[in-house]
Ligand binder design. Structure first.
Ligand SMILES: [Zn+2]
Length: 363
C-alpha cells in the first residue's frame, strides 16, 4: 500500500517536472496587432515618390515633404515609422522586404479584409467559405478562441478593433471573447473615468466612415483595458490606413501610419512598465492584405490587383532573436502566425490545418 502511494507520488512529481521543463519559452502574454491594408512598400521604403506630392492624392502641394521625404528610402522609412525602425529593427524582426526575396504573402486568394484576418487568426485560408466582408460568424476557430478554451487563458483574451466586422470574425457568439469593435462603447457598472470620457467622445466625434471608427478610440479602449483587466492575450486591430487609401488620400494614409506606429510604441511601453508583462510578452504585428502600386491601384486591393496579396510581419519579445530586417530569401505568410503564437507560449497548435510556425521567430 505504502509502496503504491510512493510510486504514485513519484509519478506525479515526474510528470510535474516534465511539465515544468516542457515550457522552454519566456513568453506568457501575447499582443497581436494589425494594420488594415498598410503596404510593405511604405514599411520598407517609406513614402512613395509617385504619390507623396500628387495634388490629386493630397490636400496641399508640398505638405508632406518636410515630414516624410528624403532621397534615401532608409531615412524615409524611419521618418514614417520611428518606433518600428528604432526598436523593432534592433530588438525584433521584420519580414516582407521583397527587395531581398524575403516574401510575405496571403495564402488566401481573396486579398481583402475578412479572408486576411481569418487567415491571420485561424492559421489557414478558407476561400470557399470566407469570401466576403459580410457580417457572418466565422465557422473557423481562431487562435484567440482556442486560447480562451484553456484554463490558463480563459477570460483573459480580449480584442479591440476599429472595424465593426470583428465580432463576427472572432465569432463572439461561440468564442465568448469580448470584442469592442466599430462604434462599440465600453460597457459595465465599473467604468473608469477614462472609459466614460472615451465613450462620450466617441459618440460626439463621428469620423468619416460608417463601419470603421477612428483608431484613437480603439487605442484608448485597448490601453485602458491593459491597465484594468490585464489580459494575457490582447488583439488590437487598427483600421484607418485602409479607409484613407480607399478615399485616395495619401496624406491621411501616411499620417495615420505614423500615428499607428506611435500607438504601438505606447502599447509596448505600457507593457514593459508592468511586471506582469515586462520581458514576458511577445508583440506580433501584421496586415490583412496588400494594395496596388500605381496612382490608381494603390487605393485598392482584391484579387484583381496583382500586388494585393503582398503583406509583411513583425515580432518583438523575449523569445525572438534580434534579427532586425530579415534579408534571407524565403516565403512567409500570415497563416503562420497562429502556430507561431502557440509555440511562443510553449504550446502546440490544436488545428492541423494551420500553417507551420515561423521558426526564425523562436529561439
Ligand atoms: Zn480595403
Amino acid at each position: 500500500m505504502k509502496a503504491k502511494f510512493l510510486t504514485l507520488l513519484l509519478l506525479a512529481s515526474l510528470s510535474f517536472g516534465a511539465h515544468a521543463q516542457s515550457k522552454k519559452t519566456a513568453t506568457e502574454n501575447i499582443i497581436l496587432v494589425t494594420f488594415d491594408g498598410l503596404r510593405w512598400q511604405e514599411l520598407f521604403k517609406g513614402a512613395d515618390s509617385l504619390l507623396i506630392d500628387d495634388t490629386g492624392l493630397i490636400d496641399q502641394a508640398g505638405s508632406l515633404l518636410s515630414t516624410y521625404w528624403d532621397e534615401d528610402p532608409i531615412k524615409r522609412r524611419e521618418m514614417l515609422f520611428p518606433f518600428f525602425w528604432s526598436t523593432i529593427a534592433k530588438e525584433g524582426q521584420l519580414y516582407g522586404n521583397r527587395a531581398y526575396g524575403n516574401m510575405a504573402d496571403n495564402t488566401n486568394k481573396m486579398w481583402f479584409s475578412y479572408p486576411g484576418y481569418n487567415e491571420f487568426l485561424s492559421g489557414f485560408a478558407d476561400d470557399s467559405r470566407i469570401n466576403s466582408n459580410n457580417k457572418f460568424y466565422n465557422p473557423n476557430v481562431t487562435l484567440l478562441e482556442y486560447l480562451n478554451q484553456m484554463p490558463a487563458f480563459k477570460g483573459k483574451v480580449m480584442a479591440f478593433a476599429s472595424w465593426d466586422v470583428f465580432p463576427f470574425i472572432i465569432n463572439t457568439e461561440r468564442s465568448g471573447i469580448p470584442v469592442n469593435a466599430g462604434f462599440d462603447i465600453a460597457k459595465g457598472t465599473d467604468l473608469t473615468d477614462v472609459e466614460k470620457t472615451v465613450n462620450r467622445l466617441q459618440q460626439e466625434i463621428r469620423g468619416p466612415w460608417g463601419g470603421v471608427r477612428l483608431d484613437a478610440f480603439t487605442q484608448a479602449y485597448a490601453l485602458e483595458a491593459i491597465k484594468k483587466y490585464k489580459p494575457k492575450v490582447l488583439y488590437v486591430a487598427y483600421g484607418e490606413t485602409d479607409d484613407w487609401a480607399h478615399d485616395g488620400k495619401y496624406d491621411q494614409y501616411l499620417l495615420s501610419a505614423t500615428q499607428t506606429d506611435k500607438y504601438i510604441q505606447e502599447l509596448w511601453n505600457t507593457l514593459q512598465a508592468d511586471p506582469q508583462y515586462k520581458d514576458k510578452t511577445t508583440l506580433l504585428i501584421s496586415v490583412d492584405h496588400g494594395r496596388g502600386i500605381t496612382k490608381e491601384s494603390w487605393k485598392s486591393h482584391g484579387a484583381r490587383v496583382p500586388e494585393g496579396g503582398e503583406i509583411w510581419l513583425m515580432a518583438i519579445g523575449p523569445d525572438t532573436p534580434a534579427g532586425g530586417e530579415m534579408k534571407m530569401k524565403g516565403q512567409w505568410s500570415s497563416a503562420m502566425v497562429a502556430r507561431t503564437v502557440y509555440e511562443l507560449l510553449g504550446l502546440s497548435y490544436p488545428d492541423p490545418k494551420a500553417a507551420p510556425a515561423v521558426k526564425e521567430m523562436i529561439k
